[in-house]
Design a protein around this ligand. Sequence first.
Ligand SMILES: [Zn+2]
Ligand SMILES: [Zn+2]
Length: 436
Amino acid sequence: MKTICFLTILLPLLANSQAPTERDRLFEQEVEKMFPALVEVRRDIHRHPELSNEEVRTSGLVAEKLKNLGLEVKTGVAKHGVVALLKGATAGPCVAVRADMDALPIKELRSTPYRSENPGVMHACGHDVHTACALGLAELLSKHKNWVKGSVKFLFQPAEEAMPATFQGDWGAKLMVAEGAMDNPRPVAVFGLHTTALVQPAGTIDDGMHYLKAGQIGYTPGVDNANSDRFHITIHGKMAHGSAPHKGVDAIAVAGEAIMALQMIKSRQTNTRQPLVISIGTISGGQRENIIAEKVEMGGTVRTYDANFRDRVIEQMHRILKGITEAHGASYEMDYRKTYPSIINNAELVNATLPAFRRLFGASNVKELIPGMGGEDFSFFAQVCPGFYFRLGVANEEKGYVHGGHTPLYDCDEEALKTGVLALAAAVCDRLAAGQ
Ligand SMILES: [Zn+2]
Ligand SMILES: [Zn+2]
């Protein structure tokens, strides 16, 4: 009898918690009205992609739109970054939202009306979508300040994709933090989203990649991605005639042995339960077919989750390179750069945000994901305050949006712009409503 009474009370409550709230309905209607303009902004940014630290037009467009909405706008942060503050109707904490703005050196292969007009440069990582979503959020919340119980700081970031080989010193998120973007006011939470357009190939086993369709959101409750580092190795040998290799030290042969041995770190020298990727992406050396190569240069990336484990891997790389080069009378140098720390989502913040996502998009469209081995400098913001970096599905098989990021056919189902704005708005308003 008691159980029945308990269920009669609990079940309607549970059902009710899934029902849209007044705010959900209002924001959905508003975002529906804003949709054509959101698409236009996204396409404008897509047509005019700019490489890392060259985001002059994009940041100008962003700053102008934010000023027109009446926000306090600061430009020139970390070169072309824009920081803006939206004050709500009532006093309260500050919550930050980050959107990255830069594009990639890829030639776009799609022939859409909004195809890149900057030859060889393309928004192939969805940063056009991220920027459009954050601008949409600024517009939505500017119109409905009564739902903003505090302030919202917008972090429009340059140079997320920048390479350490091309930039000395700091850049992107790290430089924005160093220049005070997270101070005055200091946010109590920071949110960011990233598009994912991958579709699981038919008949394959789910390999844990981020397969999300437009209308879906993905998240991890803790570690989200990897410490992402880059290294450059030079192997020095001794030049000789190709017909007399014993007179020299063949840097190419030594490099070949070193590459194989570096892979042994993952397969034989570390605990298999500790995630690790060591990839060599570039190699060059030698002058001619009949000359023993004097020098080989290789570039690569190391991905880990644990910072101490990463230090051990670096030591192991040095040990292998030292041992192999010495054994053959060669020598080496390694320039290893710790680039982006791993993003660790704040579990409390994630759990407090998920109910709104489930209400808005349906529980089956809010998916827990396996952490990836990608790198992202959102982590520098999430080191200042609790952070939640989630994935926005943009794939749509019927429309042909099935190509992953950093490829020349990448594109997204623009319906996802609505999901992105609604998700950010719910995350921000809920966190502000929770107070300090
Ligand atoms: Zn990217
Ligand atoms: Zn990206």
